[in-house]
Design a protein around this ligand. Structure first.
Ligand SMILES: [Zn+2]
Length: 135
């Protein structure tokens, strides 16, 4: 493991990380929570956030349908699922979109879950396997 040098300026730090592999420094890094964790839906990794509802699919121009999806995200080290999340799905190619205001609501829910220990509607169990079991 290498040691992370001290940086005098943000520019210096950016330049360093552009030319070094952060994997070499994992041992030194503190665990941090990024907001982006909440935004990444593990079930729909290619979902794109839009500020407002478009008339047609921005990627292929087909009509959009309303859809209801499940949002699975990582929050404070555990996985959680949020149901009944409105989304948009294009009719032909299946491109998926979520509106910014929906993301705001997701964020609020995760915040409540964190601070007030919101009681989940249901707890589901996930079977865990090791790929080695297919030896
Ligand atoms: Zn599309």
């Amino acid at each position: 493991m290498s040691e992370i040098p001290g940086f005098k300026t943000v520019e210096e730090e950016i330049e360093f990380w552009e030319t070094h592999d952060s994997a070499d420094y994992w041992g030194e890094m503190e665990e941090a929570k990024f907001e982006v964790d909440l935004h990444q839906n593990l079930l729909h990794p290619r979902m794109i956030t839009l500020t407002r509802r478009p008339e047609h699919c921005p990627r292929c121009g087909n009509d959009l349908d309303d859809a209801v999806i499940e949002h699975v995200a990582r929050s404070c080290g555990h996985l959680l699922m949020i149901r009944d999340v409105p989304a948009l799905r294009c009719q032909r190619a299946g491109h998926e979109y979520i509106l910014e205001k929906t993301l705001d609501r997701l964020e609020r829910l995760l915040e409540i879950e964190n601070t007030e220990k919101l009681q989940p509607a249901e707890i589901i169990h996930i079977p865990v396997f090791s790929l080695n079991m297919a030896a």
